[in-house]
Structures are given as C-alpha cells and as structure tokens.
Design a protein around this ligand. Structure first.
Ligand SMILES: O=C(O)C(=O)C[C@@H](O)[C@H](O)CO
Ligand SMILES: [Mg+2]
Length: 382
C-alpha cells in the first residue's frame, strides 16, 4: 500500500482536518492544527508530504522519525502539530486495514470507560454557577474554568479577591458534589501564582492548569512545594523532549499533552508512559474537534495513568460548529453522564462526513484569539 495524496480542510470553528489517501482506497483522517495558526500548520503538513507520498502508510514509526528528524529543525507547535495530524491519519489507516480500533493495536483496553470534563465560563470566567448547573443536568460532574481575566505580573488584592470569590462561590453552591480544574491559562506570573494558589487552597480545586507559562516551567517545582493543589500543564509542550525536562525538575501532578500538538498518538503514548514512571497523571488537552478527541481516547484507553479527558462540547471557542458536526454517526462518541466508552470501530473509531467538511471548508474563517491589553496598554496574556 502507498500514500497517494494529502488533503487539508480548514473548517469552522477553528479546526483543520487532514485526509490521507492510499493507492488501495483506504483513507485516514487526522486533525493537525494550532488554534489561530491553521494556515501555518497547513503549509507544514504539505511540506511534510515530501516524506510521505509514495511511502507505505503502515510504517508509522519510520514515517514519524523521518518527519521529526529529516528536516534538521524539529519540535515546536507548528511542526509537531503537523506531525500529529499525519500520525493520527496513519493510525486510522492501519486500524482500517487490520479491522481493529487503534487501542487494540496498542495492546488493548486498560479501562472500560473514560472520565471526561466540560468547560464552563468562557474566556473571562463568568456565569459559572449557571454553566455548571446546566451541565450537571447533562450528567457532568467535573468542569474546568479560567481562573482569572487579565492579570499583571504583580497585581492587586482586588483582582486576587475576584478570582478567589468566583471559585469560593462555586464550592459554596455545589460543595463536593462536583470537581473543577482552574486554568490559569498562562495569564499568571510566578509571583502571582504563589499568591493565588495559597488563596485557592481552602476550595480544593481538582487541579490548577498552566499555573505559569510553559516557558516558565522551572517554577513548577517551587509552586508545587508551596501548595497541596495538584498542578497540571502540557498543552504548550510538544514532544517527549519538552516533557523530559519537566519530569526531571518535578512539580507537575498531571500532564496534558494535546494529541493534535504533541506529535500525535505515537508520541503521546510515549509521554504517557514517561509520566507513569514519575507517578504523574495523564489528562490530554482537547478543546478541538472529533478526530483530535478520538485520538485522545485511543491513548486514554491504553494508558494506565489516564485520569481525565477534556472534550469541547459547548466550549466557548466553538462558534460556528460543534464537536460532532462533521461526524457521520454521532453515537460514535458514546458519552453518558460525563463518561465515554471506547470507540470500537476500526482505526480512530470516528467516521468523518467529508461532504459536510468540504462544504464547511468553503466558509472557513481565519480564527484568531483576541489580543488582550492591560489598563496601561501593554499586551496581556490571553
Ligand atoms: O482547553 C484549554 O485548556 C485551553 O487552555 C484552551 C486553549 O488551549 C485554547 O484552545 C487556545 O486557543
Ligand atoms: Mg488550558
């Protein structure tokens, strides 16, 4: 079997889907994308096709190593997202050829269902109580919210009080009936993270995510020593080599690689195993589309330390399309009361509605995250 063509589709809300075709009629789907840089990743995918067209799609490991090493420069969000989407599609093809879901090819199930969580509250956390109440009706009991809005490197007590009050209100309303992660989203500097973590302790968030920016990961250890709140990060780390340094320094209780940013299934299975050796939980980041989620789940069902799966249903970023809009059979994702079953169909286990994708790609806009500014006019972390 040989790869014959790679076709990319940028689609609302901010995703990109990749179709890889072969000379035997088997096709695979991937979701290579960096939110806000879809066209850049698209160019990278088509540059990588130099290594792929005419090759055997079954040699995933060799194709992965070639895509990663052969271009001399490596790593980073763009190249690793491009590799991720290709990798996902190659696993999809292999599973379809062998008639097995990817988790079977990776050694079979370690669990019968996987816990998922939902976002509440939007870019600037608001309406948290109403959002949680609505999702509890759908059976969810685990949530994630942004911890703050713009925050200065050193900011005032009022901003800290506002951030804490939102969390206190949630815990006061729902008690221990629910769990929630608080995403600092990289908006918080190391000094302010220390203050916020201390003030949030009494409300026992399940985790605090991106307590500082990924480029400040040397602070994870000190912050972890100063709090009992589990620290989580990973969406802006792109390979084993990024995670290796964090594992060595310590501080993270949960790693959250994104299956569409960190080299795909081949790489994230290895990251999960490295994390397990350090007694660190695995909770893939996934604010994206159905192929990204299916790829996450294929790894979740073979990784012993997988604990929580993010999914984008109802997320504030999904303007113009929802998680399952491009999926032929919505029941592929058997989501019930926040738990999801393995995807038993061959490959990634999700069937993409290509006609719907092609139609939607005609209306694709170039999504960008907002540029925030502090009161003094300087750029703020979004
Ligand atoms: O889902 C999360 O945890 C996020 O922090 C969302 C962020 O990754 C946006 O997708 C960036 O555009
Ligand atoms: Mg996040």
């Amino acid at each position: 079997m040989k790869i014959t063509r790679l076709t990319t589709y940028r689609v609302p809300p901010r995703w990109m889907l990749l179709k890889i075709e072969t000379d035997e009629g088997v096709t695979g789907w991937g979701e290579p994308v960096i939110e806000g840089r879809a066209r850049t990743v698209e160019a990278a995918v088509h540059e990588l096709s130099d290594y792929l067209v005419g090759k055997d799609p079954g040699r995933i490991n060799d194709l992965w190593q070639t895509m990663y090493r052969a271009g001399f420069y490596r790593g980073g969000p763009i190249l690793m997202s491009a590799i991720a989407g290709v990798d996902q599609a190659l696993w999809d093809i292999k599973g379809k050829v062998l008639g097995q879901p990817v988790y079977e090819l990776l050694g079979g199930l370690v669990r019968d269902r996987m816990k998922t969580y939902s976002w509440v509250g939007g870019d600037r956390p608001a309406e948290l109580i109403a959002g949680i109440a609505a999702l509890r009706e759908a059976g969810f009991d685990t949530f994630k919210m942004n911890g703050t809005e713009e925050l200065g490197i050193i900011d005032n007590a009022r901003k800290v009080d506002q951030a804490v009050a939102r969390v206190a209100e949630v815990r006061a309303k729902f008690g221990s009936e629910i769990e929630f992660g608080v995403d600092f989203h990289g908006r918080v500097s190391a000094p302010m993270a220390k203050v916020l973590l201390r003030e949030l302790e009494p409300y026992r968030p399940l985790f605090v995510e991106e307590p500082v920016l990924a480029e400040q990961d040397e602070y994870y250890r000190a912050l972890a020593d100063a709090t009992s709140i589990p620290l989580a990060a990973g969406e802006r780390m792109y390979s084993r080599f990024d995670f290796k340094r964090v594992f060595e320094r310590g501080g993270l209780a949960i790693v959250q690689p994104d299956l569409s940013h960190a080299g795909g299934i081949t790489e994230c299975v290895k990251i999960a195993a490295m994390a397990e050796a350090h007694d660190i939980a695995f909770a893939p980041h996934c604010p994206l589309g159905p192929v990204a989620l299916a790829s996450c789940l294929q790894v979740d069902f073979v990784a012993h330390n997988a604990v929580l799966q993010e999914q984008s249903m109802g997320i504030h970023y999904n303007q113009g399309a929802e998680l399952l809009d491009y999926v032929k059979n919505k029941e592929d994702f058997l989501l019930s009361s926040g738990w999801i079953r393995p995807l038993p169909k061959p490959g990634l286990g999700v069937e993409i509605d290509e006609e719907r994708v092609i139609e939607a790609s005609r209306a694709a806009t170039d999504w960008r995250n907002p540029v925030w500014r502090h009161a003094d006019g300087s750029v703020a972390e979004w």
